[in-house]
Design a protein around this ligand. Structure first.
Ligand code: NDP
Ligand code: GDR
Length: 363
């Protein structure tokens, strides 16, 4: 058993997890960064697959990055892609992970209508490629490797709430259909080959690290910039949709817990509380004493060809079996995100006032 003594005197008892290695696809994304922090805190060595990009895409990992030349580095990044089966197999064979978390995805629902083919290739066939790499690795080495699949509440689509593990899927976008395929590939590999493979069916989860073109972050970023005087208008689509919004930091713990159980299974992870986009606007603008109605304009460009109206999960199984519960409430989440984006807007203002950036540029 390994114990870690921190500089501030804290002693962390790592148990067996200190010896483990995890491989994460999508490590540069919102969830990948929180999961990496969580697993490093548990003593894991964390390996991540990153895509080659003409710009650095590791901003969300900068605060935990340790130069790999340093012997203490426990996070290691490798180039690969969910569309490249040979790279996935190569990294699994060379890293020999104990746990594989498949978080990589073209994860934007709206964009999936514009890039349906690519979305299916990464989200559906990508999961199949990774499962196959894990299966063949296990077959040749006899090792045990546990697999986590990032499933989504979008799979429920048109089926009304509350949604739980037995609710029928009725996906409403190429992204959601692809996630349903990935879900069933995972179930199939569990049933056909005895793989320890779990589907986490996660409802929306947000944070200050949320991508800027998802509605919550788009709103909180605009609130910060409007409050500081960098922007006046915010263009949005459907304000009537309802979502069960939780905090990403809470949700990555549930992913890990699924892989620590005796048997693999599928779990819904949700707060069981839902709000409309309009209520999010009310809360976020209201927190800084602004009226959203003075700033928001509807742009039909953001309407989707088919919408998901109402998602609210029932996480009873995760609570009972995993002992998991969300810690951050809707109001706390909004405050956390607005506070963070206000700070960012203040820094942007300094740069704009000194001519270093064009303040009119916004996503
Ligand atoms: P993000 O969009 O923030 O991150 C997606 C990650 O996938 C990024 O690291 C991205 O890399 C990577 N990626 C994209 N395409 C590929 C590819 N072809 N090969 C390898 N990696 C790729 O998503 P989140 O962190 O929010 O979500 C994590 C997972 O959970 C996703 O699968 C998402 O669909 C799913 N999910 C998310 C929910 C949420 O509310 N956040 C809810 C339910 C499910 P890069 O940085 O280079 O773009
Ligand atoms: P979602 O998240 O589609 O639920 O998928 P998103 O924040 O994109 O949309 C939520 C709701 O807000 C409405 N909306 C807008 N959405 C965006 N992005 N931009 C807008 O301007 C806008 N205006 C209104 C949408 O129509 C929708 O109803 C997220 C992703 O993280 C998925 O990967 C994940 O699987 C699901 O959550 C659970």
């Amino acid at each position: 058993m390994l114990r870690i003594l921190y500089d501030d005197g804290r002693l962390d008892n790592m148990g067996d997890s200190a010896l483990k290695k995890a491989l994460i696809t999508g490590i540069t994304g919102q969830d990948g960064s929180y999961l990496t922090e969580f697993l490093l805190g548990k003593g894991y060595e964390v390996h991540g697959i990153i895509r080659r990009s003409s710009n650095f895409n590791t901003q969300r990992l900068e605060h935990i990055y340790v130069d790999p030349h340093n012997s203490g580095a426990r996070m290691k990044l490798h180039y690969g892609d969910l569309t490249d089966a040979s790279a996935l197999r190569k990294w699994i064979d060379s890293i020999c992970p104990d746990e594989v978390y498949n978080l990589g995805a073209q994860s934007h629902v709206g964009v999936s209508f514009e890039n349906p083919d690519y979305t299916a290739d990464v989200v559906a066939t990508g999961a199949l490629r990774l499962l196959e790499a894990v299966r063949t690795h296990i077959m040749t080495t006899g090792r045990q490797v546990k697999y986590y699949q990032a499933g989504s509440s979008e799979m429920y689509g048109a089926t009304p709430p509350p949604q739980d593990e037995s609710t029928v899927f009725h996906p409403r976008s190429p992204y959601a259909v692809s996630k349903v395929a990935a879900h069933w590939y995972t179930v199939n590999y569990r049933e056909a080959y005895g793989l320890f493979a779990c589907n986490g069916i996660l409802f929306n989860h947000e944070s200050p690290r949320r991508g800027e073109n998802f509605v919550t972050r788009k709103i909180t970023r605009a609130v910060g910039r409007i409050k500081i005087g960098l922007q006046k208008k915010l263009f949005l689509g459907n304000l009537k949709a309802s979502r069960d919004w939780g905090f990403a930091g809470d949700y990555v713990e549930a992913m890990w817990l699924m892989l620590q159980q005796e048997n693999p299974d599928d779990y819904v992870v949700a707060t069981e509380d839902s709000h409309t986009v309009e209520e999010f606007l009310e809360e976020a603008f209201g927190y800084v004493n602004l009226n959203w109605k003075n700033h928001v304009e509807i742009d039909p460009r953001y309407f989707r060809p088919a919408e998901v109206d109402n998602l609210r999960g029932s996480a009873a199984k995760a609570k009972e079996v995993l002992g998991w519960a969300p810690k951050v409430s809707f109001k706390q989440l909004v405050v956390m995100m607005v506070d963070s984006d206000l700070e960012k807007a203040k820094r942007e203002k300094v740069l704009a006032d000194n001519g270093y950036i064009d303040s009119h540029q916004q996503p």
